[in-house]
Design a binder for this molecule. Structure first.
Ligand SMILES: CC(C)(COP(=O)(O)OP(=O)(O)OC[C@H]1O[C@@H](n2cnc3c(N)ncnc32)[C@H](O)[C@@H]1OP(=O)(O)O)[C@@H](O)C(=O)NCCC(=O)NCCS
Length: 178
């Protein structure tokens, strides 16, 4: 799997990505907007563990966002189970030095199309912390629609807040080549 895009390439994590992963992921501004399981500080050991796991996935569901041959961000899918198995959650982050160039918007669109083409999914969604308008904007630009506000559904750094759900249906994603 390799998605060659205008601003970046999305491809599986692989050995050799560790240092670039640490250099870009070890950032409080990223950590405060993602799940607590994302390490902080992001150490080389954490990077080795992550790449050891992610590089074994077949087919891959967690990928690196590569710019100038460096893995500078991540994008991945979490598949829901049981009666929610027609749905997956998408998550992403990018090294701060690369923000504002449309990179994640392009990666989300491409990963969404790829996921619908490769998995039997009816919809894909993202859950965004109330304090993260940049991520909401990315999702809107990538064709996702605001779906729901789950009241006081997330806690980050001791602050309980609403979770904003954005989603795209298979039929909608097909409009952009899914
Ligand atoms: C959110 C994030 C993924 C965006 O990546 P990116 O490649 O910079 O995104 P893009 O350049 O494609 O688009 C960013 C959009 O957000 C907008 N934006 C940035 N900061 C904003 C803010 N504080 N309020 C409103 N919009 C904002 C930008 O202006 C841009 O929109 P525009 O093209 O209409 O001007 C990146 O900042 C990041 O990794 N943040 C930390 C981790 C994170 O939030 N992950 C998502 C968890 S749900």
């Amino acid at each position: 799997m390799e998605l060659k895009l205008k601003t970046c390439t999305v491809r599986p994590w692989r050995r050799g990505d560790e240092e670039s992963l640490v250099a870009n992921a070890n950032n409080y501004k990223i950590w405060r907007n993602v799940r607590d399981r994302f390490p902080h500080p992001y150490t080389l050991d954490a990077a080795r563990d992550w790449i050891g796991l992610a590089s074994q996935e077949m087919p891959p569901s967690n990928c690196a966002i590569v710019v100038d041959r460096q893995a500078v961000g991540g994008i991945g899918l979490v598949f829901r189970d049981d009666i929610n198995r027609c749905r997956a959650e998408i998550g992403y982050w990018l090294g701060e030095a690369y923000w504002g160039r449309g990179i994640v918007t392009e990666a989300v669109r491409a990963m969404t199309s790829w996921a619908f083409a490769n998995y039997d999914l009816a919809s894909i969604y993202a859950g965004v912390l109330e304090w993260n308008p940049a991520s909401m904007r990315v999702l809107e630009k990538a064709g996702y629609k605001f779906e729901a506000r789950l009241r006081k559904a997330m806690i980050k750094e001791g602050v309980v807040m609403d979770e904003l759900i954005y989603s795209v249906m298979r039929e909608e994603a097909e409009f952009y080549g899914g």
